[in-house]
Design a protein around this ligand. Structure first.
Ligand code: GDP
Length: 365
């Protein structure tokens, strides 16, 4: 699962990306951690892991991870292939969701490409590039489908939807706000892989003294909030510079620093968690003497497929899952005690795994 960090130049993308990857250094020993400097594997903060590891005296703790990609260089004209524009758009296409960094901080030493601080204009600039790129794809698709539909009536439904979608987007609207009427339409839509259909979180980058009260005094932040609400997107207020400082600290120092700033949790931790849930991801947990670990699945995943995340053999030979809720297990103090209370359930192939399930899989080899 990958999130692309986008935004105009000089808004704080790299600062945010660097602090994300530094804070997530734990994940550096992941086998699939790429060597691409623009891709960072970041661990998802999960308070449950340490508690579970203490309970089982695990030697190792392995958190869930998500990838962030720093997509620098998106500027006006990107969709026309100006600069390396098309390359950036291709990079975004490979991502599952977007973190759109918007500059809300004033700093006369740091130039703004368009000369002034105006978060809404910036959002529009980026969104327009994505929209142009989408429209180009859609127009090509529509030309093909509507032509083929003259011979093949079964394609008429899709052509009609494409026409509606085109109108929607030509009016300046993102694909994510388009209303899909049934499952057929959902299926067509998904296949287009449109950039403006990807879920987005707006990260409003504010100055150090504005972050504690969540940017309440910043007019730009208010405008971003209003805009995001209309398209059903989330807004996060961060100060990328502070996050970079926090990322350098160890856990104790971090707690102290956050308290001084009047923050409960670092902005990054909040952002990572929000990104995880934006992607529809949850974690189930496994624990033993060797390792306590969080495994990432999408909501709605059934037990055998969840087991397959650990090893394909687990999925193929799946027999059953012994499941206990994390909090129940913690309250009982041991698996044995949880079993006595009847809180450890035996679940079969149809069981839909829940966030925070602690699972032991039984399988045939
Ligand atoms: P990018 O081009 O979007 O990747 O932007 P950078 O992360 O390189 O940031 C551009 C400049 O803005 C750098 O000099 C940063 O130190 C500075 N900067 C980033 N975030 C903040 C912030 O929250 N407040 C202030 N004052 N400066 C920031």
């Amino acid at each position: 699962m990958k999130l692309g960090i986008v935004g105009l130049p000089n808004v704080g993308k790299s600062t945010l990306f660097n602090s994300l990857t530094k804070a997530g250094a734990l994940a550096a020993n992941y086998p699939f951690a790429t060597i691409d400097p623009n891709v960072g594997v970041v661990s998802v903060p999960d308070e449950r892991l340490k508690k579970l590891a203490d309970l089982y005296q695990s030697k190792k703790v392995t958190p869930a991870v998500i990838e962030f990609v720093d997509i620098a260089g998106l500027v006006k004209g990107a969709s026309k292939g100006e600069g390396l524009g098309n390359q950036f758009l291709a990079n975004i296409r490979e991502c599952d969701a977007i973190v759109h960094v918007v500059r809300c901080f004033e700093d006369t030493n740091i130039v703004h490409v368009d000369g002034s601080i105006d978060p809404l204009r910036d959002i529009e600039t980026i969104n327009l590039e994505l929209l142009f790129s989408d429209l180009e794809i859609l127009e090509r698709r529509y030309a093909k489908t509507s032509k083929a539909a003259r011979m093949d009536k079964s394609l008429q439904k899709e052509a009609a939807m494409q026409e509606r979608l085109k109108e929607h987007m030509e009016a300046g609207n993102s694909a994510r706000t388009f209303e899909l009427l049934d499952e057929d339409e959902e299926a067509y839509f998904k296949e287009y892989g449109l950039l403006t259909a990807k879920p987005v979180i707006y990260a409003a980058n504010v100055s150090e003294d504005e972050v504690a009260n969540d940017g309440a005094d910043n007019a730009g932040v208010a405008a971003v909030r209003e805009f995001a609400a209309k398209e059903g997107s989330e807004v996060f207020v961060i100060c990328a510079e502070i996050e970079q400082e926090i990322a350098e600290l160890d856990d104790d120092e971090k707690a102290m620093f956050l308290e001084e700033l009047g923050m409960k949790e670092s902005g990054l931790d909040k952002l990572i968690k929000a990104s995880y849930s934006l992607l529809g991801l949850i974690s189930y947990l496994t624990s033993g003497e060797d390792e306590t670990r969080a495994w990432t699945i999408t909501k709605g995943t059934k037990a055998p497929q969840a087991a397959g995340k650990i090893h394909t053999d687990f999925e193929r030979g799946f027999i059953k899952a012994e499941v206990v809720n994390f909090q129940d297990l913690l309250d009982c103090g041991s698996t044995a005690a949880a079993k006595e209370k009847g809180l450890v359930r035996v679940e079969g192939k149809e069981y839909v795994v829940q966030d925070g399930d602690v699972i032991l899989f039984r399988f045939n080899v």
